[in-house]
Ligand binder design. Structure first.
Ligand SMILES: Cc1cc2nc3c(=O)[nH]c(=O)nc-3n(C[C@H](O)[C@H](O)[C@H](O)COP(=O)(O)OP(=O)(O)OC[C@H]3O[C@@H](n4cnc5c(N)ncnc54)[C@H](O)[C@@H]3O)c2cc1C
Length: 276
């Protein structure tokens, strides 16, 4: 394989270079290098780390949290504001790779890799991607593209103060492979014990990142305490979200039913988000 690297100085320059289909953005390089053992066609890499807007974590005037695409997963795992404003993202990074990889690996690269563990968390947090021309696009819409454009940053709206969260990843321990399933959930519980504003992000090997919209609609208005790992209604709703993958749908429904059923019982990982 022959490689060359471009170092654009502006997002517009990087986006223009990416119009050539024989190019790819590179950030930490930890996901890209996984495919470098096998022979591949000539590739030009576009280094995004020198672009100023891909760095930093900041609260914005509109209340959103802006996270630069080049922020490392280790920074996200340990950052106090991320823990308070985007707890699912911190949880996802806590279950991801080893320290040395997390120091190099970036949020933008995790999205660009497509199987990344942060995808489910960002979907449940209703993230929008900031693109090279300054536009923002819902991450759920952006993931429908075969080839992702340059992502400069992610914007996450503030969580509801009473929101509960849980994150669950099922994978293989023997060697590094993408997670079988990563599930991230944000939900509120009304005074009457019913679920409200449920958001479920899902990603995994061979599964493009998505919200489980049928399951969300079915869960809203359910009594959390009545749910369990074998709930048939929930199983049917998740199957409608994953019609081409019944095995993953069964696994996801079991995880969701079990975790929702424990919500009222004071499950530690489901405490409401703390204030920033
Ligand atoms: C030993 C090992 C263990 C791992 N464990 C895990 C794990 O548990 N969970 C997990 O999710 N991943 C894991 N990974 C994969 C990888 O480390 C992560 O997905 C990481 O976040 C990729 O980030 P990066 O900056 O290194 O991406 P890169 O390798 O630089 O790029 C990855 C992809 O993203 C694209 N890209 C990069 N930046 C941008 C941008 N700003 N806008 C648009 N596209 C962009 C690139 O073109 C490329 O297609 C592991 C990797 C290794 C080597």
């Amino acid at each position: 394989m022959s490689l060359s690297v471009l170092h654009p100085s502006t997002p517009a320059e990087a986006a223009a270079a990416h119009r050539d289909p024989a190019t790819a953005f590179i950030a930490g390089g930890t996901a890209l290098q996984l495919s470098w053992r096998s022979p591949a066609p000539a590739l030009t890499l576009i280094d995004v780390l020198a672009l100023e807007p891909v760095h930093g974590i900041a609260l914005q005037a509109d209340g959103s949290l802006r996270i630069g695409a080049a922020v490392s997963l280790e920074t996200l795992r340990t950052h106090a504001t991320v823990a308070a404003r985007a707890p699912l993202l911190a949880m996802a990074c806590d279950s991801l790779a080893a320290l040395a990889v997390r120091h190099l690996a970036t949020l933008g690269g995790n999205l660009g890799w497509r199987f990344g563990d942060t995808v489910a968390a960002l979907l449940a947090h209703r993230a929008e991607a900031e693109l090279a021309d300054g536009r923002r696009q819902a991450l759920s819409d952006l993931l429908a593209h075969d080839r992702l454009p340059l992502i400069l940053a992610l914007h996450l709206p503030p969580p509801h103060p009473e929101e509960h969260h849980f994150y669950e990843k099922v994978g293989h321990r023997a060697a590094f492979t993408p997670a079988r399933i990563a599930l991230a959930v944000a939900v509120c519980i009304g005074m009457d014990g019913r679920l409200q504003d449920t958001r479920i992000g899902l990603a995994g090997a061979g599964l493009s990142g998505r919200r489980l919209l049928h399951a969300e609609a079915w869960l809203n208005a359910c009594q959390a305490a009545r749910l369990g790992a074998a709930d048939r209604g929930l199983r049917a709703a998740v199957a409608a979200d994953l019609p081409a993958d019944p095995a993953s749908a069964r696994l996801a429904a079991r995880i969701l039913g079990g975790r929702f059923g424990r919500l009222q019982a004071g499950d530690a990982a489901s405490e409401p988000a703390t204030s920033p």
